[in-house]
Design a protein around this ligand. Sequence first.
Ligand code: DCP
Ligand code: MG
Ligand code: MN
Length: 347
Amino acid sequence: CDKKEPQQHVCANQDIIDKLEELMELHKAKPSDDDRWRVFSYSKCIRALRSYPKRIKSFSQARAIKGVGEKTALKIMEIIETGGLRRIAYAKTDDVEVINVFQGVYGVGRQTAFMWYASGCRTLDDVKARKGGIKLSTVQEIGVRFYDDINSRMSRSEAEKIFNMIKPIALDFDAHLFVEIMGSFRRGKPDCGDIDILITRRPFDGKTHAGVLPEILAALHSAKILTEDLSLPEDFSALELSYRGLCRLPEPNSKRRRIDILCVPWESRGAALLYYTGDDIFNRAMRMKANVLGYSLNQRGLYGGVVRDPRDRRVKVSEGNIVASETEEEIFKILGVPWQEPRERVR
Ligand code: DCP
Ligand code: MG
Ligand code: MN
């Protein structure tokens, strides 16, 4: 039961999928080649189960599904019969937990997490003490220092307060800027992992938002709202820019919060809003819908006349031409998807 349409869907074998996913996540945090293969085969199996319409009742039925091998079929039967999967407990070794903590550090991926572990680090204090002579990038150092802050979610009201301080500062530089909050906040979620902001400008007088971002960033730093930069655009004069950083309410004891600021050309604001409002599962459903209709959808727009390589449909032979990008409404309309308010765009 892949979400072919962007709407709620319950799977006939959801309990099985949940357990196999849990096991897959554990193997993801293990370094061996064997584990890599297990992750690969579980993900294939999970995908097959998602699109399998009936409740699985027997070993032979499970085995007959493409992508389900003998060992996985046995696991499926164990889940059906006992509601649990003993393999999960075995897979929960100490290294998994440590590596998951390390991978939770902003700027740290599998490679670095494994390297820290191999160097003898077992806790973030070990990392801070550079145990085993490990080296940290500036971003990783920030990630370790504000690990708890970055890994906790803020209330909607805190996100709102921060955004309400940022917006007038931006508008101060150019009153014609379009400054909108996207992500989970726009979907109406009661808590947010970060603050996602879109900036653009209608060039009615020939002027664009080009060049305004560095001024805004400097002002936000002076106002003690931005505290650390995580990644800056290479060329600030471009129309399409993305900034990542940490911010906080300029009050004592306020926590650091993740912030993403995007600048896009005025013509692609609809596609950008659609993409960055999410959620990611909804986006996937919309992209799939577009592909089925022979279009291609990304954060820049909806493209028609895309020619794909028949041997590998992911490869585009021709980029096609833009069909819609200015408003979310026209993209919904062309895809034949009934309009959904941001708060409805959830799994
Ligand atoms: N997005 C996506 N696929 C990704 C990452 C992001 O489609 N791999 C889109 C959908 C997200 C949006 O970008 O909703 C913003 O990304 P965030 O990571 O900020 O996610 P949310 O704002 O949805 O949730 P959170 O509250 O955790 O920030
Ligand atoms: Mg977000
Ligand atoms: Mn974000």
